[in-house]
Design a protein around this ligand. Sequence first.
Ligand code: SF4
Ligand code: MSK
Length: 631
Amino acid sequence: MNTVEQLTTVEMMEAETAKLKQIACDACAETWEDRVKTQTPHCKFGEEGICCKNCSMGPCRITSKAPRGICGADAHAIAARNYLRTIAAGTSAHSDHAREILHVLLSTSRDGNYQVRDEVKLVRLATEWGIATEGRDIYDIAHEVAETGLEEFGKSHGTLRFLKRAIPERQKVWADLGIEPRAIDREIATSLHMTHMGNTADADALIIQGLRTALSNGWGGSMLGTEITDILFGTPQVWTTEGNLGVLEADMVNVVVHGHDPAFSEMVVTATEIKELVDYAKSKGAKGINVVGLCCTANEVAMRHGVRMAGNFLQQENVILTGAVEMMCVDVQCIFPALAQLSECFHTKFVTSSPIARIPGSIYVEFKPETAFDQAKDLVKMAVENYDKRDRVKMYIPPTKQTATVGYPCEQIVKHLDGVTNSHVEELGSYRPAVDAIKSGVLRGAVGIVGCNNPRVRPDYSHFEILKELLANDILVVATGCAAQLATKAGLLSMEAKWQCGAGLRRVCDLVGIPPILHMGACVDISRILLLVNGIARDWGVDTTALPIVGCAPEWMSEKAVSIANYVVSSGIDVYLGIEPQIKGSSQMMELVTDGTRKLTGAGYIINTDPHMLVKSILDGIETKRAALGI
Ligand code: SF4
Ligand code: MSK
């Protein structure tokens, strides 16, 4: 039985971090904890979103004595413009990631570096897009799908193809509001144009464009990223794996993959399995090569290969501080530039691979689809050759790790539900058993826990407290990103975590054979959650706003997270935030993101920095929705 005592608590995680912090001090190395101190207190104008530097007459800062910038923009205009720019940046990150993946699909061939691993999904998508499949070579289809996907970024007319995947009620809301996104790049460009000096100063209009731009991420860039990644590398399967720093091995060559774009990490993982390189590692005195993941790359490779996960966002420096990492290979997003300097205090080789994330002090190897496998092999060889440089006196690998069951895309959830379809549920391939469990009250509802960790609150603590409370109250949880990594570290992704659950959720876990927290992937895979919620709404026969299902980002930090929160709200799902958005200097903006969007899309933010209060409001919100449904 997995009792509370068998979980890895945040206090235990902090104790290990403290030991590693001592190693950093001994090596005169700086970490994020030091930089938080030097950056505190933060700039109040930045925190409240009321500093504008959109032209060189400024920067202008709003105070009671100076209520308008030089051009006359007030706090509401400035906060709203900054907020829209944040959404545009977040949308660009996920979407550009998808664009890269589409180019990889375009490069596929039978004898090339990349092949199509999920042909069924490819044909399904081609059919959805009206692309001929009958009698055609699978690679011809793949290339046409890639070209069609790439058109979604810059097409001159129409709206995004994936919008049609939403339930009709949602599509109508978007059409009535005029927020159906056109081309992805167009929404990003329009956002930047609207916020250029001398354009929109109306917070309402800026929020509306924010919703539209965010939709071009959720139902555009992110969904493309997820679909095409599945086609290329396989739709995730259920794996049992492990997580936390204890997955590093003292007597093996440790290679860490970190970032988001799996095109790079997939090749590195494959290269670490080559016999020739494993033998080479053995010839250097190691027992083999141990590849582990970090942040969202960890989620990607865990779901497709069972690769073990070293930790989440704020653990990236700890990984290097173990002194046991021969190489850290990064691609894009959420990578601390500090890693380059920190690696120099140890023997770790820090390798950047993308023109999108260039970091001074790193070894830069620009990764290209045509040469990907050879490049990955060269890097792994370099890591092996670094093994004997490890200073074992400095080395400390915290022993803590937990078992995790990962890999629940919608396809796996439906498959598991099919396995328990009751006799009164005729149709297979639906979410009806989940709908029935919620209707009957066996499950009270479901929550998507997503996002990063953040030193603005006690890192990982909010996730941990909220997750435990939700499970105890019979709420099924789906998780992505660094939130899923915290659940992994804590032991909450294990099958045994059912012992943390109320009786109803435990029964469902036993019956369906699932853990109470379903790992759905990386932050780009929140598009899977959109499809899941829409599927449940369709099977229930109600709009998404009516469902006792909400999203929660207790410790979010990135611009991507703001874009995600807005596409989730646009999709009719309430979002509970544990970190305040940087708009507090505008009362109008605070009203718009909480109640204003609710009048438009049926959903909005609920913000509380106290995790116990936040989880209470989630439970209250779910019960209110249940009451409105009469269940
Ligand atoms: Fe100041 Fe207006 Fe220029 Fe912003 S756009 S910096 S508020 S003058
Ligand atoms: S990696 S965006 S810290 S989830 Fe996706 Fe984690 Fe947040 Fe990055």
